[in-house]
Design a protein around this ligand. Structure first.
Ligand code: PHE
Length: 353
């Protein structure tokens, strides 16, 4: 029977050598096919006497069963290998982070604007928006800045190749102060009958944030920058209101009470008296340094008149604060140009997760 064992071993080895189902079926034919080695042995039984036939037949059957079992095992192994290959090819790495659409977010300057609007909103100020292309009158004349006055050159302006109804070149506003006039005029017009009856109109209390333009460009100046104008006009508004409002604002903005302000005498044609507002942090990297953040002053009587109001009756204050400056101070950025380069590696740092 060693001959039969040798055949079984040869079949098992041939099956193991088969790398694909077709090769395996060829190998099978060599042993179990029509003229395979087992089949030939079966045929040889016919010539034997009955009892030998029985004995040998049983042995051959055992060998045949062993070969069939080996064949079946190899078939399953090949099928399993095939399945594994396919699964590998189609595998998903569920541990990879998903591909998301890039998240949008507000520009840091816009975040500052929203912050300023929220703080002044909580103090009862309206928020107004106005044109960036202005007439000469709103940008200068109405603000008591007469033609040919040297103060105009403090605000080297961009002009637009188009004239207004008075034949003067339109300009890109060099400050948000024109909004003082525009907003107050609209307010005075809305309450014209109240004022005519000698009654009190509600106070004008507004901020106007927006873009402004000057011929200026270095690490702390950009030809396009942002200001927020503030205006409070009523019958009984004074410098102490300006000081209280501004101190409240700036402390809320920087989220600290450890911050003081000072007024430093200055000049603007549209305010009298005028002052620069400086702030000083009591702690942190800027501790102890006075930093200029705003122009301000009591609205000039001529400007009150240009608003359509009576300077004998109406008085108030205005301020104009650099939004970019506040943003730089809040986030510790020392080059203003970074905000406008459009580099997402810089800008995305300001997004909350
Ligand atoms: N418009 C002034 C500027 O741009 C700032 C300012 C606003 C000053 C309001 C006084 C009152 O420099």
């Amino acid at each position: 029977m060693t001959a039969l064992n040798a055949i079984v071993d040869a079949a098992t080895a041939a099956f193991a050598a088969a790398r694909a189902p077709a090769e395996l079926e060829n190998a099978k034919a060599q042993f179990l096919g029509k003229s395979g080695r087992i089949t030939e042995l079966m045929k040889g039984l016919a010539a034997l006497p009955v009892d030998e036939k029985k004995a040998q037949g049983a042995q051959i059957n055992l060998a045949k069963q062993a070969i069939e079992a080996a064949l079946q095992a190899r078939r399953e192994a090949l099928a399993e290998a095939e399945l594994q290959l396919q699964l590998q090819a189609e595998a998903l790495d569920v541990s990879l982070p998903g591909r998301r659409r890039g998240g949008g977010g507000l520009h840091p300057i816009a975040m500052t604007m929203e912050r300023i609007e929220a703080i002044f909103g909580s103090m009862g100020f309206d928020v107004a928006d106005g044109p960036e292309i202005e007439t000469d009158w709103y940008s200068f004349t109405a603000l008591n800045n007469p033609e040919n006055h040297p103060a105009r050159s403090m605000q080297d302006t961009f002009y637009v190749d188009m004239k207004d109804a008075e034949g003067r070149w339109l300009n890109l506003r060099p400050h948000t102060s024109p909004m003082q006039i525009r907003y107050a005029q609209a307010h005075a017009a809305r309450y014209a009958d109240v004022i005519a009856r000698g009654e009190s109109m509600p106070d004008i209390r507004v901020i106007a944030p927006g873009r402004t333009y000057r011929v200026d460009s270095d690490a702390t100046h950009s030809p396009m920058f942002h200001q927020v104008e503030g205006l409070w006009v009523g019958e009984n508004v004074s410098f102490k209101d300006l000081k209280a409002v501004y101190l409240d604002f700036i402390q809320a903005f920087f989220e600290t009470r450890d911050l003081q302000i000072r007024f430093r005498p200055s000049y603007f044609p549209f305010t009298e008296p005028s002052a620069e507002i400086d702030i000083q942090f009591g702690s942190g990297p800027l501790k102890g340094r006075w930093l200029e953040v705003s122009g301000s002053g009591q609205v000039h009587p001529q400007v009150i008149r240009n608003m359509g109001l009576d300077p004998e009756r109406h008085i108030g204050f205005a301020f104009g604060t650099g939004i970019d400056r506040l943003t730089m101070l809040r986030y510790g950025v020392d080059d203003l140009r970074l905000f406008f380069d459009g580099d997402l590696r810089f800008l995305s740092q300001f997004q909350q997760a």
